[in-house]
Design a protein around this ligand. Structure first.
Ligand SMILES: Nc1ncnc2c1ncn2[C@@H]1O[C@H](COP(=O)(O)OP(=O)(O)OP(=O)(O)O)[C@@H](O)[C@H]1O
Length: 281
């Protein structure tokens, strides 16, 4: 039995003439302890997919099973790290993390919540900023709080929706390493959604491209046969890395070209002329 299984998932938004088919025929199996990355273009339906797995959205048809049980609503068993930090601005770093711990362990007392929060805040090297508000932190620090908050709920599966997209290369690299260290230590199951192929190869066991929509579907998987822990510099020189990277990029470029050709055929711009010129000066 797969740890997470998506069977024939279809998802559309709206009804009738306004219906947009976003995901089509999505089939995916993730085993316990695996790290899987899904790479896709912007607007291809990645967040929709994350929200389905997270339980924030329901599929139009098809089924999602987590540990053999249908996914019904959100659960602290699946911790999500969103792309926009989503911290509560009026709470400190510690309070933001405690909120999550409290939700996951409602029966424990305040000292346990504080201890668990402190442990994960330390794990992302933010102890000196524990009493700061989000507005006093840099983007990278905020994202580290978001990571601590997701992990503090002790989820069985970590789902990351482009968590590092807004960060500079150096911060991004550091946070990738921190997430990997935590994943390797606890051997949790992880799903990373990213538009960065190199990030996917560095972090995941398997990479699956998401064919852009409408009707986005998953492409063939690419196995990453690189030993862990991975070393970025050594990886860049590895033949296996170069081969996998080229294959994935070629695949994505082919999809991109096909998409551009399709768009050229479909877009017919109306001939518009201004009726009158209104001057605001
Ligand atoms: N609530 C909604 N109602 C209608 N259409 C939606 C809704 N949410 C998303 N969409 C549409 O579904 C498509 C996929 O959106 P989604 O946010 O899943 O893509 P994405 O790959 O995560 O994008 P990005 O990389 O830009 O974050 C887009 O065309 C978007 O406009």
């Amino acid at each position: 039995m797969a740890y997470l299984e998506l069977k024939n998932i279809y998802k559309s938004y709206g009804k009738g003439d306004n219906e947009t088919q976003v995901l089509s025929n999505i089939n995916l199996k993730i085993e316990e302890g695996e790290f899987v990355a899904i790479v896709g273009f912007t607007g291809s339906g990645k967040t929709t997919l994350v929200n389905l797995i997270n339980g924030l959205l329901e599929p139009t048809s098809g089924s999602l099973l987590f540990k053999g049980e249908p996914v019904k609503g959100t659960s602290h068993e699946r911790g999500v790290i969103f792309q926009n930090y989503s911290l509560l601005p009026w709470l400190t770093v510690e309070q933001n993390v405690i909120m999550a711990v409290k939700a996951a362990f409602p029966k424990r007392d305040k000292s346990v919540w504080k201890r668990k929060a402190a442990y994960y805040i330390e794990m992302v090297s933010l102890t000196p900023a524990i009493n700061k508000l989000p507005k006093e932190l840099s983007g990278g620090m905020r994202q580290r709080v978001a990571v601590a908050r997701a992990l503090a709920m002790k989820p069985d599966m970590i789902i990351m929706d482009e968590p590092l997209g807004a960060l500079d290369a150096l911060t991004r690299g550091n946070l990738q390493d921190q997430i990997l260290k935590i994943w390797e230590k606890d051997k949790r199951t992880a799903l990373l959604i990213t538009n960065d192929v190199d990030e996917g190869i560095y972090m995941a066991d398997r990479i699956i491209p998401l064919h852009p929509g409408p009707n986005a579907t998953l492409g063939p998987e690419f196995k990453i046969d690189l030993e862990r822990p991975r070393d970025k510099t050594a990886m860049n020189d590895s033949e296996s890395f170069k081969k996998t990277r080229n294959a994935i990029i070629e695949y994505l470029m082919d999809i991109g070209d096909a998409r551009k050709a399709e768009a050229k055929q479909q877009i017919i711009l109306p001939e518009l002329e201004p009726k009158s010129f209104v001057s605001y000066s």
